[in-house]
Design a binder for this molecule. Structure first.
Ligand SMILES: Cc1cc2nc3c(=O)[nH]c(=O)nc-3n(C[C@H](O)[C@H](O)[C@H](O)COP(=O)(O)OP(=O)(O)OC[C@H]3O[C@@H](n4cnc5c(N)ncnc54)[C@H](O)[C@@H]3O)c2cc1C
Ligand code: SF4
Length: 496
C-alpha cells in the first residue's frame, strides 16, 4: 500500500470525494475517532452515537466490499493519521476538501492532498463567482440560478408552473387533530449497542435511547423513501407548522444523512422529482422541498466559506447575556412553547426549522444571548449540527448578528406568530396577545422591547418600516420596557 485515504466522519460515501478514487489494492482507508472531539463538549448522547456508529458501520461496509480499512481511535485526528502512517510506513495522504475551517486549519502543516468536495452540488468557485457579483446575497437569486443550472422543475427557460416560488400556497398551520405519518423507529445492531454503551460512560446531555437516527446508508435510504411515500405530499402545506405531539410533522428528517454523506443531495432531488412526475405531489410541495436542497443547503455552505472563519464571531447587536438556563433544562421555564421544544430536543436531538428559527433563535435574539454561547449550545444538542450549516444559520439567519449580511431583516416575532403556527399557547400560563401584565407573553413583550432598543440600527431598513411604525403607535411603551426588564431578569434566573 502506498497511500492513505483519510475519510472524516462526515463524508461517508464511497462514490464521492477522495474515496471515489480509491484503489482497493494500493490505498489504505483510514477513519479516525478523535478523543478530543468526542470528549470536547457535553454533546447530546444521540448525536454522538449517530456520528460514531455511522462511521463504524461505514468502515465495516468498506471492509466487507474489499477495501483495506483502519478505524483508528486517537487523541486527535492528526495524531491518528500520523500513527497509522508510521505503522504502515506510508507518507502519502489524500482526503476530500474539509467541511470546516477548523479541520482545514488542522491540516495546515500536514502533507495531505485535497480532492474537491462533491458532496455538494455547487463547486466553490462557482458560488464565489455568484457571490462576488451580488450587491446583497439573496438566497432567492442564487436558487433561481440553481434551478436553471441543474435543470430542475424547469419548463424550457421558465420555471415549471410559471412561478419560482409557491410559498403563498405553503406554510399553513395544521388543522385540528392533524397527524402526519410518524417516523418509524429503527432496529439497531451490535455496533450500535457497543457505541451506545461507550457513550453512556461519557458526560452527555439528553435521552440516550436512539430510536430514529439511521446509522447505515440502508437505513438512511429507508428514511428518505418513507418521507417521499408518506410526508412529501403535505411537506409544503405544513412546512412552518408547529403542532404538539407530532414532532417531525411533514419534514423529511434527513439532514443528519445529508450532512454525514449517507445520502447525497442529487439522489434526494432525483427521488423527489421522480415522485412528483408520477403526479401525486402538488407542485408547491415539490418546489418547497427542492428549494431546501438545491437552494438553502447549497447557499448556506457557499456563504460559510465565502464569509470566512471570523464570521462566527459577528455580534453586531452587542448581545452579551449568558445562555438562558431553560436551554439546558426545560423545567426551568413555564413558557409552553419552549419547554415543549427543548423537551423534544432532549428526547430526539432534533426539531424542525421553524422551532429552531422562530422559537429558539427568536428567544436568544430577543433576550440578547451572546451569539457564540447560543451557537455552542445548538452545536451540542442537534443530531445534524455541523459547522458549515450551523454558523450561517445561527449567526446570520437566527440572530441577525452580522448586520444583515445574509438576511435583510431579523427573524423576530412576538407570541402572535407562535400562536398562529403552533399549538403551544392554549396550554400556556401566558397569553400571546398581551405585552404587559401578569399574563403577558415574554415573546410579545420582548419583541417590542427589542424593536425599541435597536430602532437606531433598523430605522434605515425599509423592510423594518412596518414593525417600527407599529412601535411608534404603542401607548404603553414605558410599561413594556419595565416588564421586559423583569422578564429578562427572570429568564436569566430560570424563573419564568
Ligand atoms: C438557527 C438554525 C440552526 C440550524 N442548524 C442546522 C444544523 O446544524 N444542521 C442542519 O442540517 N440544518 C440546520 N438548520 C437548517 C434546518 O433547520 C435543518 O436543516 C432542517 O430543520 C432539518 O430537518 P429536515 O431534514 O427535516 O429538513 P427539511 O425541512 O425536510 O428540508 C430538507 C433539507 O433541506 C436542507 N435545509 C433546509 N433548510 C436549510 C438551511 N436553512 N440551511 C441548510 N440546509 C437546509 C437540509 O439539508 C434538510 O435536510 C438550522 C436552521 C436554523 C434556523
Ligand atoms: S403564550 Fe407566549 S410563551 Fe406561551 S406558548 Fe405562546 S408564545 Fe410561547
Amino acid at each position: 500500500m502506498n497511500r492513505i485515504i483519510y475519510v472524516p466522519h462526515d463524508l461517508l460515501n464511497k462514490n464521492y470525494g477522495a474515496l471515489k478514487l480509491a484503489d482497493k489494492k494500493n490505498d489504505l482507508i483510514v477513519l479516525v475517532e478523535s478523543a478530543q472531539t468526542v470528549n470536547g463538549k457535553k454533546w447530546h448522547s444521540q448525536r454522538l452515537q449517530f456520528i460514531i456508529s455511522s462511521a463504524r458501520h461505514f468502515a465495516q461496509e468498506l471492509t466487507e466490499s474489499g477495501y483495506q480499512v483502519v478505524y483508528q481511535k486517537s487523541a486527535t485526528t492528526l495524531a491518528g493519521l500520523i500513527e497509522v502512517g508510521k505503522e504502515h510506513k506510508i507518507d502519502k495522504f489524500l482526503t476530500t476538501y474539509p467541511t470546516s475551517f477548523r479541520r482545514l486549519e488542522s491540516f495546515k502543516d500536514f502533507p495531505i492532498t485535497f480532492v474537491d468536495n462533491d458532496f455538494f452540488l455547487t463547486p466553490m468557485a462557482q458560488f464565489t463567482e455568484w457571490a462576488k457579483a451580488q450587491k446583497s446575497f439573496k438566497m432567492e437569486s442564487f436558487y433561481r440560478q440553481q434551478r436553471v443550472k441543474l435543470n430542475v422543475l424547469m419548463d424550457g427557460k421558465n420555471p415549471l408552473g410559471g412561478e419560482w416560488n409557491y410559498d403563498h400556497e405553503n406554510r399553513n398551520p395544521v388543522p385540528k387533530g392533524y397527524k402526519s405519518h410518524e417516523l418509524s423507529a429503527f432496529t439497531f445492531d451490535d455496533i450500535d449497542k457497543e457505541v451506545a454503551s461507550e457513550v453512556s460512560k461519557l458526560d452527555t446531555w439528553g435521552n440516550s435511547e436512539n430510536k430514529y437516527w439511521a446509522t447505515t446508508r440502508k437505513q438512511a435510504l429507508k428514511r428518505l423513501a418513507e418521507f417521499i411515500k408518506y410526508n412529501f405530499e403535505k411537506f409544503g402545506a405544513y412546512e412552518d407548522a408547529m403542532p404538539i405531539n407530532n414532532w417531525s410533522v411533514n419534514h423529511s428528517a434527513i439532514s443528519p444523512y445529508l450532512n454525514n454523506g449517507l445520502l447525497h443531495p442529487l439522489e434526494v432531488v432525483d427521488a423527489a422529482v421522480k415522485k412528483f412526475e408520477e403526479g401525486e405531489i402538488p407542485l408547491a410541495s415539490c418546489e418547497g422541498f427542492i428549494r431546501q436542497i438545491i437552494g438553502w443547503r447549497e447557499y448556506v455552505n457557499g456563504m460559510y466559506w465565502f464569509l470566512g472563519d471570523d464570521y462566527r464571531n459577528e455580534n453586531d447587536l452587542a448581545a452579551n447575556r449568558k445562555l438562558l438556563p431553560l436551554f439546558d433544562d426545560p423545567s426551568k421555564t413555564k413558557m409552553n412553547c419552549l419547554s415543549t421544544i427543548v423537551g423534544e430536543i432532549q428526547e430526539n436531538a432534533w426539531t424542525h426549522h421553524i422551532p429552531r428559527l422562530m422559537v429558539l433563535s427568536n428567544l436568544a435574539n430577543l433576550t440578547g444571548v451572546t451569539p457564540s454561547e447560543f451557537l455552542d449550545w445548538m452545536r451540542r444538542v442537534f443530531v445534524d449540527a455541523t459547522d458549515w450549516v450551523m454558523v450561517p444559520n445561527v449567526i446570520g439567519m437566527g440572530l441577525h448578528a452580522d448586520a444583515g449580511i445574509m438576511m435583510t431583516k431579523p427573524y423576530i416575532s412576538g407570541g402572535s406568530y407562535i400562536s398562529k403556527m403552533g399549538q403551544y399557547c392554549k396550554g400556556c400560563v401566558y397569553d400571546p396577545k398581551l405585552r404587559v401584565g401578569e399574563k403577558a407573553c415574554p415573546f410579545t413583550t420582548l419583541y417590542w422591547n427589542y424593536l425599541d432598543e435597536h430602532q437606531d440600527k433598523f430605522n434605515k431598513n425599509h423592510r423594518m418600516f412596518q414593525q417600527l411604525n407599529g412601535l411608534k403607535r404603542l401607548k404603553d411603551l414605558d410599561e413594556v420596557r419595565i416588564q421586559a426588564k423583569q422578564f429578562l431578569k427572570q429568564l436569566s434566573a430560570g424563573e419564568i
